[in-house]
Design a protein around this ligand. Structure first.
Ligand SMILES: Cc1cc2nc3c(=O)[nH]c(=O)nc-3n(C[C@H](O)[C@H](O)[C@H](O)COP(=O)(O)OP(=O)(O)OC[C@H]3O[C@@H](n4cnc5c(N)ncnc54)[C@H](O)[C@@H]3O)c2cc1C
Ligand code: SF4
Length: 533
């Protein structure tokens, strides 16, 4: 056994020995993002003949350069869930990262478990990553075992249902899918009509803070690391010392009870203003009125239905206005389900798409935050310290800069998958490659999300503390976003002009003189050549 022998480790041994003496009917595979005791893989589980299998493996933290926060969250949540399983009497074989015989990847560890326990079959709830499914299927095939992959009931819409919905549709826009989901699941509906008389309340949402800023924002729901989490934090600091990010402020929920407490605090303290300020950003205020629930949802510590129901109940109880509640529910019942459908119906080709032929490298400072651009410095530093940034910081700061610079989308994808605690490929990839980098030929987004630095100036106070000026497109003080926005339009003018939603923006190029256009091109080239700008 490994470096961390202790009370619980002995228990693993004892369970495994007992299990080794009997015939194992089914090995039930539980992955790090499947921490739900009600998951479909447990249907029909019989503790007298079935065995749960979980494994911490280095490959899952190194196939992209995972941040310390992300690794710590997954491992801490896995170990807490393992304890819950044991307490509920489900036999478990659990491999720790430090175990001497750990083979380092999910596939190889699974094969070792099959050799050891000789189960008749393997059972798995559909995983989040296409890569992981391939790996487990290959191991099952090599070991001559049947792998039963069950639907993930956590989601409202199965992949089969999404494919049926998508079949024959010319465009796959969120709005119609979302309406369908509302109707089908009777969420925010009244007598067949949308509650409040509209499907969408965006006109009431998405304000910036005034010049005085957000004022007193409710404190983030924090969880002081217990002994298990502290052990993980020490392990990650040692074993993944070179990985990006810091762990001094680790406070994420790592158990279902903590995740539920997080949900309650969001509903009581932040939901009412969620919609109003969902796009706003402010220096040194990472948490604002967002829920911070994505990681708990994606690890399945929370069920999407209970989150949606809690928000709907808050509206009926008069705790939050319809605009906020609808805006929040749309993110989960709409976007979250929609991106999963896109991912599973388009992989593996989706991951290789690069519609704009973008080939630049990701600037090295994405891994450190060491840049003079205040918005990027702030967003990246916060990301590395906490594993979190909200949607507009991801889409309109880090994502927008990479898009305008022309970074290869696969490099951008690797960064997002590495640095956020809520990053699992099924949700991260379509958001990055499709929504943010417009690399999927417009499947996800009807147009590229491009803007000058003035958008960031309008939605935040970042520009006030920056050496650049968002109004300027040329010269040493020109905001790199503004320069690169015009350069982007000029580089892709021919393609973008065919998109009716971009035609006006492209037409504006004509308002620039030849000299202006040349100056923009030169400065854009300089920004690409010196990415520390
Ligand atoms: C480039 C990029 C990469 C992203 N990568 C991820 C990722 O790896 N994992 C992830 O869960 N989300 C990702 N998102 C979506 C979104 O930014 C995060 O879900 C959100 O910021 C998480 O913070 P929160 O829990 O406070 O969300 P809130 O703002 O409180 O939103 C509520 C919930 O809605 C869901 N949600 C919101 N927006 C989206 C969306 N666009 N797609 C899917 N679900 C959504 C999340 O579960 C979230 O917890 C990404 C977005 C972009 C633009
Ligand atoms: S001026 Fe430009 S680079 Fe600086 S904070 Fe504003 S948008 Fe970001």
């Amino acid at each position: 056994m490994g470096e961390e022998l202790g009370g619980r480790e002995v228990l693993f041994e004892r369970v495994s020995d007992a299990q080794a003496a009997m015939t194992v009917r089914a090995l039930v595979i539980v992955l790090g993002d499947q921490l739900d005791a009600q998951a479909s893989a447990f249907d029909g589980f019989d503790a007298s003949q079935d065995l749960v299998w979980m494994a911490e493996v280095a490959a899952e933290s190194t196939h992209v350069w995972s941040s310390k926060q992300r690794i710590a969250l997954f491992l801490a949540a896995m170990r807490h869930f393992a304890d819950e399983l044991r307490e509920s009497g489900r036999p478990l074989q659990y491999t720790r990262l430090g175990d001497a015989d750990n083979r380092g990847s999910l596939g190889r560890e699974l094969e070792a478990a099959i050799e050891r326990h000789e189960p008749q079959q393997l059972i798995l709830t559909a995983p989040g990553d296409w890569r992981v499914l391939q790996e487990l299927q290959a191991s099952a095939a090599r070991s001559g075992r049947r792998l039963e992959v069950r639907d993930d009931r956590h989601f409202y819409c199965t992949v089969r249902e999404f494919k049926a919905y998508a079949a024959g549709r010319k465009s796959l826009r969120l709005e119609y899918f979302y309406r369908e989901m509302r109707k089908r699941n009777a969420v925010l509906m009244q007598a067949g009509e949308p509650l409040g008389g509209a499907w969408n309340f965006d006109k009431d949402n998405r304000e910036a803070f005034g010049s005085g800023g957000p004022g007193a924002v409710p404190a983030r729901c924090r969880f002081v690391p217990d002994a298990i989490t502290r052990e993980i934090i020490d392990l990650v600091k040692t074993r993944f010392a070179e990985h990006p990010g810091q762990l001094d402020d680790f406070a994420w929920p790592v158990t279902r009870a903590q995740a539920l407490a997080s949900l309650r605090s969001f509903i009581a303290e932040r939901l009412a203003l969620f919609g109003h300020y969902q796009d706003a950003m402010w220096s040194a205020e990472p948490w604002l009125y967002h829920s911070h629930l994505a990681a708990a949802l994606n690890l399945k510590l929370l069920n999407a239905r209970e989150v949606v129901s809690a928000a709907e109940a808050a509206f009926h109880a008069g705790l939050a206005p319809i605009a906020s509640v609808e805006g929040f529910i749309r993110q989960i019942l709409g976007w979250r389900e929609y991106v999963r459908g896109i991912y599973w119906s388009r992989m593996p080709d989706y991951g290789e798409m690069n519609a704009l032929s973008a080939e630049e490298a990701l600037p090295a400072w994405y891994w450190t935050g060491d840049t003079e651009m205040a918005c990027l410095r702030e967003t990246i530093s916060q990301t590395l310290a906490t594993g979190y940034a909200h949607h507009i910081q991801r889409l309109m700061v880090t994502g927008l800069y990479a898009l305008l610079l022309g970074v290869r989308p696969q490099r951008v994808h690797e960064w997002y998958l590495a640095v956020y605690v809520d990053a699992v490929e099924w949700v991260e990839l379509p958001n990055t490659l499709g929504m943010s980098q417009y690399a999927d030929q417009g499947l996800m987004a009807s147009k590229p999300y491009v803007a000058t630095g003035r958008y960031i100036e309008r939605m935040s106070n970042y520009c006030a503390g920056c050496r650049y000026d968002p109004e300027l497109r040329e010269g040493e003080r020109a905001c790199p976003f503004t320069t690169l926005y015009w350069d982007f339009l000029m580089r892709h003018a021919a393609d973008l002009a065919r998109n009716p939603r971009m035609a006006l923006q492209v037409k504006n190029i004509k308002r620039l003189s030849e000299r202006d256009q040349e100056a923009i091109r030169e400065r854009a080239a300089a920004l690409r050549a010196a990415p520390t700008a």
